[in-house]
Design a protein around this ligand. Structure first.
Ligand code: BJW
Ligand code: ZN
Length: 251
């Protein structure tokens, strides 16, 4: 895959760059996506597991489901797509990862400027007294109850109908409104308000570059759309960015 000359030029002078990521970037690390044939929600109903009401209805079931997913994410490793974004952070003067993922893989890969819109599965807190259970392994506490007050412990993630953490959302919006380029990687781009961010970029005069294995509602709207697995496409993009910069420097 060769990047169009025009995009190479844009990337050469880009100062503010953002990557908006979704479950597809972690698919090659062995973490299931949500939608689609093999997605988590082809078998499970989101409203039965991914809402506060569902949690209150059946805290044990929901907590066990997240404990199972925590186990999978801990066994998984960042893949070349995550690593490509670590490279981009070194290339561009300002680079922000805005992720919808809760799997912590961007930070584990080494990305430092990360906004986590939907929380992080490694963090938990008690609904009764607020005590934190971050990085906790719930083995031996299979009731998922607080040691201090006996309250329910919930994952620090954003379920449907819940507000996004204001500081993370503000960071994402600021990055989007000043972005020269936003890469939108491995997301179906149907969950709001995250799906608004590429619109913010375009309204502010930036370019949107999509990377996905299939077409999404964003594909037509994006300035550039690359179809293929995120690891392969992003490694190629980073190689070409580095090459163009070397040539521009006269090396
Ligand atoms: C690859 C690949 C490879 C695969 N390489 N690509 C009507 C209209 C508009 C909005 C709403 C509405 N009704 C309700 C709402 C609001 C709602 C919403 O957006 N709903 C829509 C679904 C309609 N949003 C909210 O409720 C949000 N809060 C909010 O709006 O607050 C204000 C408010 C308050 C009170 C009342 C009302 C509003 C909160 C959203 C929280 C989302 N949470 C989840 C669950 C997190 C916990 C958990 O993990 O269990 O976050 S939902 C789920 O979807 C998860 C994801 O982060 C999110 C996005 O999914 P993502 O990442 O795009 O994954 P997939 O599976 O959809 O797509 C994967 C993609 O990868 C695919 O395109 C593949 O092709 C691709 N792919 N392999 C490249 N190798
Ligand atoms: Zn407590």
């Amino acid at each position: 895959m060769k990047l169009p000359d025009e995009l190479q030029k844009i990337l050469l002078s880009a100062k503010e760059v953002v990557a908006l990521t979704g479950a597809g970037i972690s698919a090659e690390s062995g973490i299931p996506t949500f939608r689609g044939e093999d997605g988590l929600w082809s078998k499970l109903k989101p409203e039965e597991l991914a809402s506060f009401d569902a949690f209150l209805r059946n805290p044990q079931l929901v907590s066990e489901w997240y404990e199972h997913r925590r186990h999978i994410t801990r066994l998984s490793k960042p893949n070349p797509a995550h690593m490509s974004l670590v490279d981009m952070e070194k290339i561009f003067p300002h680079f922000t990862v805005v992720t919808q993922n809760i799997d912590n893989l961007h930070r584990r890969a080494g990305s430092r400027n990360v906004a986590e819109l939907h929380g992080n599965i490694e963090r938990n807190y008690c609904l009764g007294c607020g005590m934190r259970y971050d990085g906790e392994d719930f083995e031996g506490n299979e009731s998922f109850r607080c040691k201090k007050c006996g309250g329910l412990i919930r994952p620090d993630i954003v379920w449907f109908g819940e507000m996004l953490p204001a500081d993370q959302w503000n960071m994402a919006e600021e990055a989007a409104s000043s972005a020269d380029v936003m890469f939108v990687i491995g997301t179906s781009a149907v969950v709001y308000p995250a799906a608004e961010l590429p619109v913010t970029v375009k309204r502010s005069g930036g370019k949107v570059v999509e990377v996905n294995v299939e077409e999404t509602p964003l594909s037509r709207y994006a300035d550039y759309s690359f179809q293929g697995p995120a690891s392969k496409v992003l490694v190629e993009i980073v190689e070409q960015i580095k090459e163009t910069r070397k040539v521009a420097k006269g090396g």
